[in-house]
Write a protein that binds this ligand. Structure first.
Ligand code: SAH
Length: 351
């Protein structure tokens, strides 16, 4: 798309839509996210949003131990590859790899990242990593130990709206110089989830073909190469209707069409759909559980107590971070952890 330079994305979209008609929600989201992530590091207390690994080192450590435990019990197959999708600042990878190493696992490190700005931050922590634009260039041999935190929610969703004339794709159109949602005039070209097809007029259904493609590819790799994967994100475990498209800037929600390219645009992850995709591609679905339950099962409270005992001046901070990760009012329930593995790998912890 033109205008990738300094021109605000709103102006680019306005010109494009005026010339050629409405664009899909997926195109709007894909172009906005590419622009948003390309130039900045949006993470952390001073940024647009705060993720679990930026809240506490315990998050990455427990994930690293989960992977190491499975790999050790699988018989230490080599060469083992740690693969992280959308690694942000590289914080989770640092904490996970540190804990894994103490447990006896030192895998090769592969970071799948498209943003030049974030690749630069990752390189500072992981000078020996290999970077990939997508999964296709990952090594074809050796088990993959895959981690993705708040990655799937950034992938573009398609939306469908039931109009009086039937289901239509939900688009971004123009009223004067203002962006707004409209229904496409064309009948739809995709299959809607069967259980949602009879939703009433006005209902919106979201699908995420890009997330299905990623999870399908990971699952197929696990089935042939061995390994396990954890996808952590906010989302739902049963099919539902309604738009979950959301924009966040400076830790506040704003209208999804207000500031394309300048705010983080996400949608909830449909974990039920992804579990089905993973199984179709030959992986074992280990379950999808609430983040709070998963971290408790892995012993986060014991780890927090141990950290507080060695740094008593940090005890209140550690306690606050633990509550943010666990509490049902914060990240504990909305965030889910979906586990996948090679069908022959041992029983995992936490599910
Ligand atoms: N996992 C990190 C960062 C989450 S933000 C954390 O928990 O802190 C989303 C991450 O996904 C960023 O690193 C972003 O650059 C990356 N990303 C977004 N879309 C992507 C795509 N299509 N391919 C690869 N990485 C992508």
């Amino acid at each position: 798309m033109s205008g990738a330079g300094g021109e605000p994305l709103t102006a680019v979209f306005t010109r494009l839509i005026a010339a050629t008609g409405p664009i899909s929600v997926a195109q709007y989201m894909a172009e906005s996210s590419a622009r948003y992530y390309a130039r900045r590091d949006p993470l952390g207390a001073a940024g647009d949003f705060v993720t679990a690994p930026e809240i506490s080192q315990m998050f990455g450590e427990l994930i690293g131990l989960w992977l190491a435990d499975l790999w050790l019990r699988a018989g230490r197959p080599e060469p083992a590859h740690y693969v992280e999708l959308g690694p942000g600042r590289g914080t989770l990878a640092r904490d996970a790899l540190g804990a894994a190493k103490r447990a006896g696992l030192t895998p090769r490190v592969h970071l799948v990242e498209t943003s030049p700005a974030l690749r630069a931050s990752q390189k500072a922590l992981h000078p020996d990593a290999r970077w990939h634009h997508d999964l296709s260039t990952l090594p074809p041999e050796g088990p993959l130990l895959v981690v993705a935190n708040e990655f799937l929610d950034a992938l573009p969703v398609r939306q469908w709206v039931r109009t009086a004339a039937g289901w239509r794709e939900r688009m971004v159109g123009l009223a004067g110089d203002r962006l707004l949602f409209v229904a496409s005039g064309q009948p739809i070209d995709a299959k809607l989830p069967a259980e949602l097809r009879d939703a009433p007029e006005g209902a919106i259904v979201e699908t995420c073909p890009a997330a299905a493609a990623v999870v399908g590819e990971v699952a197929a790799r696990l089935a042939t190469q061995g390994g396990a994967a954890l996808f952590v994100d906010y989302g739902h475990v049963a099919p539902r209707t309604g738009s979950t498209l959301q924009a966040v800037r400076a830790q506040r929600k704003l209208d999804a069409l207000a500031a394309p390219g300048e705010a983080d645009l996400t949608a909830h992850v449909d974990f039920a759909a992804l579990a089905a995709v993973a199984q179709r591609h030959g992986a074992r679905w280990l379950g999808t559980v609430e983040q709070g339950r998963f971290l408790r099962a892995l012993g986060i409270e014991r780890r927090a107590a141990a950290l507080a005992a060695t740094s008593p001046d940090q005890a209140a901070t550690i306690d606050r971070a633990t509550q943010r990760l666990l509490s049902a009012d914060e990240m504990g329930s909305l965030f889910k952890v979906m586990g996948l593995a090679h069908p022959g790998w041992p029983e995992p912890a936490g599910f």
